[in-house]
Design a protein around this ligand. Structure first.
Ligand SMILES: Nc1nc2c(ncn2[C@@H]2O[C@H](COP(=O)(O)OP(=O)(O)OP(=O)(O)O)[C@@H](O)[C@H]2O)c(=O)[nH]1
Ligand SMILES: [Mg+2]
Length: 167
């Protein structure tokens, strides 16, 4: 199972997503600090919202196998820069939550995540668990283990360590 790091603005649905992934009923808990369990690292939205703290997110990301930008489908503006992935040395995915919101604008949020450089984008409703199985399937596939020599060989070919050699 890949360990997932979640970052996104407050109320984006990160903690709810961890509950949905664990099969729990949703219960609101404000995230006060970055916390880690076996499968996920959850961060407070204020880290993504503050210039001073946002660099810390990159540091936490090194503890994870995959980094997710979580954005609710009804967010009115985007916090994440284009090409964000260039300073994260992990696969980057996008997770769009609250796809059930009456104010959802999925094409707009998807475009923000594409611009950030996300490899894959998942659409999730944490309340009904729509989309959770697809995300679980992706997380269930372990990343290939490799030696430092193999990682360097890939870098020498201009590939990220986790990229498929066949591409
Ligand atoms: N309708 C709907 N509500 C959701 C969904 N996901 C989360 N929520 C609600 O949105 C609110 C905020 O969710 P949280 O999971 O606490 O958000 P967070 O990103 O962890 O926020 P911080 O801890 O402040 O960073 C809660 O009231 C959730 O019940 C969803 O997919 N659909
Ligand atoms: Mg939270």
């Amino acid at each position: 199972m890949k360990k997932l790091f979640l970052m996104g603005r407050s109320e984006a649905g990160k903690t709810s997503l961890t509950q949905a992934l664990r099969g729990e009923e949703l219960h609101y808990v404000k995230t006060q600090y970055t916390s880690s369990d076996d499968d996920t690292i959850d961060s407070p939205g204020e880290y993504a919202e503050s210039k001073h703290f946002s660099a810390g997110l990159a540091c936490f990301s090194f503890e994870a196998d995959v980094v997710a930008v979580v954005q609710a489908a009804d967010e009115p503006y985007n916090l994440f820069s284009p090409s964000l992935r260039s300073f994260i040395l992990r696969p980057l995915i996008g997770i769009i939550t609250k796809i059930d919101s009456p104010y959802a604008n999925i094409p707009m949020v998807r475009q923000w995540l594409v611009n950030a450089g996300c490899d894959r984008i998942f659409l999730i409703n944490n309340v009904t668990r729509e989309g959770i199985d697809e995300l679980m399937e992706y997380l269930g596939e372990d990343l290939p283990q490799m030696t430092l020599a193999e990682a360097k060989r890939r870098q020498g070919m201009g590939l990220n360590e986790w990229e498929d050699m066949a591409k």
